[in-house]
Write a protein that binds this ligand. Structure first.
Ligand code: NAD
Length: 498
């Protein structure tokens, strides 16, 4: 059985902390043991990042970018290996894992534009012979804490950009599927990243709390569930740190009566059941405006859901793998039971789903509920599994009210042929990322990603232009070189343009 260590100062180290099992979700077997960082291991990582900071901060951005270019190349050369590692511990299909890594590479490409991204703002002659400029300087040692569901892509949202901006980084990936994350960090070292610039510590709450409390960690990027996001935001900002904490979601798709139904059905199949619903942008609610489109949608979806090809994610050609852990499976099954008890109509039942030869895998079949109402827990809570709820609304205004009243505001989309309805939806919906006939509107790397309401705590979105602002501090410099002829007398009034 493999031992999954930490990566500190360019070396793999085990430390003396506790260990936790990592499972193969397709079989339920233990596939490895991950070392959990204790206080001494964490201190080692923070010291390494701190020691590497002065030289890295002063490395010209173009030289930093060169390392990112080599990193991108190594990622592309190792795509299949990375996808295999993701699939083996997370359970998502290899094809889906490949997609995740490719989206992550886009963030590396963006970060490789560091020389352009870090150009400051300059004004000559803001006063007589006075020039002013804004400089974007790194923050220092930054920590990133990431969820299980995108073990490659979400860390790649964070550290390539933070490092391109001149920071050094400590990544604490999910303890449930750390192998691909660690492998990718090793590729960055191979690309020529100086030791200590990127450190990976595995761990759980103990490691996270250590990062929050340590005075040398100046900023925290978090992605995970809302209760933990809220906790990290509160604890980090209380200590004067910069914190960006992205949380959970309940993403609604609105189907207008004029929607292209076949297109919407295909889009919903992928958006609701891809990655077994374990995506923060997964669509888990379809809001149908009018009974006619609701009936037609359920009729078309049900047979396709029942026909989903489900099996071990590492096999090719499947639609869906297992859930990540047996606890996740139990949780999803609990919500299906709760939906039935609350009176929702169960149209496709994913309980009791078995895959030949994988009886102990954490499989749940695709599940569809109709006539779900807003007080049901299957509607209010993030289930994070292959469960789609159909809610019926009378009008676009009703649909908007429903979405805007929900505590989460990560992603949403509308299916329609009506430009006016789409425009009203984009304008009035209180959600951070909106799709028009696009079910998973995950912004590309040169925009920024983030939800509203309890889906994001902090002022800036992740990656892209907002990421550059998050990982840098503005410094405004005003400069004059006095000459004998323009030397001013003492001024006691506040200097102004007069
Ligand atoms: P999680 O909140 O359980 O874990 C996220 C990270 O926090 C992990 O590294 C974990 O070790 C750490 N952690 C767990 N419990 C902690 C505690 N008590 N104190 C401190 N740290 C703790 O989330 P998850 O189950 O790994 O991921 C799924 C969740 O992440 C879903 O809610 C999903 O919506 C969300 N997510 C959000 C986005 C987004 O961009 N908004 C993206 C991906 C995932």
């Amino acid at each position: 059985m493999q031992t999954i260590e930490h990566l500190i100062n360019g070396e793999r180290v085990a430390g003396d902390g506790r260990k936790a099992p990592v499972f193969n979700p397709s079989t339920g077997e233990v596939s490895g043991e991950v070392c959990l960082a204790d206080a001494a291991t964490l201190q080692h990582a923070i010291q390494s990042a701190r020691a590497a900071y002065p030289a890295w901060r002063n490395t010209p951005p173009a030289r930093r970018a060169q390392v990112l270019f080599r990193f991108k190349q190594l990622l592309e050369e190792n795509l299949e290996t990375i996808a295999g590692l993701i699939s083996a511990e997370h359970g998502k299909t290899v094809e889906d894992a490949l997609g995740e890594v490719k989206r992550g590479i886009e963030n590396v490409e963006y970060a490789a534009g560091a020389p352009e991204l870090l150009k400051g703002e300059y004004t000559r002659n803001v006063g007589p012979a006075i020039d002013a400029w804004s400089d974007f300087q790194p923050v220092g040692v930054v920590a990133g804490i990431t969820p299980f569901n995108f073990p490659a892509m979400v860390p790649l949202w964070m550290y390539p950009l933070a490092i391109a901006c001149g920071n050094t980084f400590i990544l604490k990936p999910s303890e449930r599927d750390p192998s691909s994350t660690l492998f990718i960090a090793g590729l960055f070292q191979r690309a020529g990243l100086p030791k200590g610039v990127l450190n990976v510590v595995n761990g759980d709450k103990e490691a996270v709390d250590g990062l929050i409390a340590h005075p040398d960690v100046k900023a925290l990027s978090f992605v995970g569930s809302t209760p933990i996001a809220e906790y990290i935001y509160a604890e980090g900002t209380r200590r004067g740190k910069r914190v960006q904490a992205l949380g959970g979601a309940k993403n609604h798709a609105v189907l207008m009566p004029d929607a292209d139904l076949d297109n919407a059905v295909n889009a919903l199949m992928g958006a609701a059941y891809g990655s077994c619903g374990e995506r923060c942008m997964a669509i888990s609610v379809a809001v149908c405006v009018g009974d006619a489109i609701a009936d037609a949608l359920v009729e078309k979806l049900a047979p396709q859901i029942a026909a989903l090809k489900i099996g071990p994610g590492t096999s090719r050609g499947l639609d869906m793998g297992p859930l990540v852990t047996s606890a996740a499976r139990e949780r999803v099954l609990g919500y299906i039971d709760a939906g039935i008890a609350a009176g929702a109509e169960l149209k496709v039942d994913g309980r009791g789903y078995e895959v030949d030869g994988h009886r102990n895998g954490y499989f749940v079949g695709g599940t569809l509920f109709d006539r779900v109402t807003p007080e049901m827990s299957i509607y209010t809570d993030e289930i994070f599994g292959p469960v789609l709820c159909v809610v019926r609304a009378n009008s676009l205004e009703d649909a908007l009210r429903l979405i805007n009243d929900h505590e989460y505001g990560n992603g949403t989309c509308i299916f329609t042929r009506d430009g006016e309805a789409a425009r009203q939806f984009c304008d009035e919906v209180e959600v951070g990322m909106v799709g028009v006939n696009v079910p998973l509107p995950v912004p590309v790397a040169y925009h920024s990603f983030g939800g509203w309401k309890r889906s994001l705590f902090g002022d800036l979105h992740a990656y892209g232009p907002d990421g550059v602002r998050f990982y840098t501090r503005r410094k405004a410099i005003t400069q004059r070189w006095p000459q004998r002829e323009n030397r001013e007398a003492a001024q006691y009034a506040f200097p102004s343009q007069r």
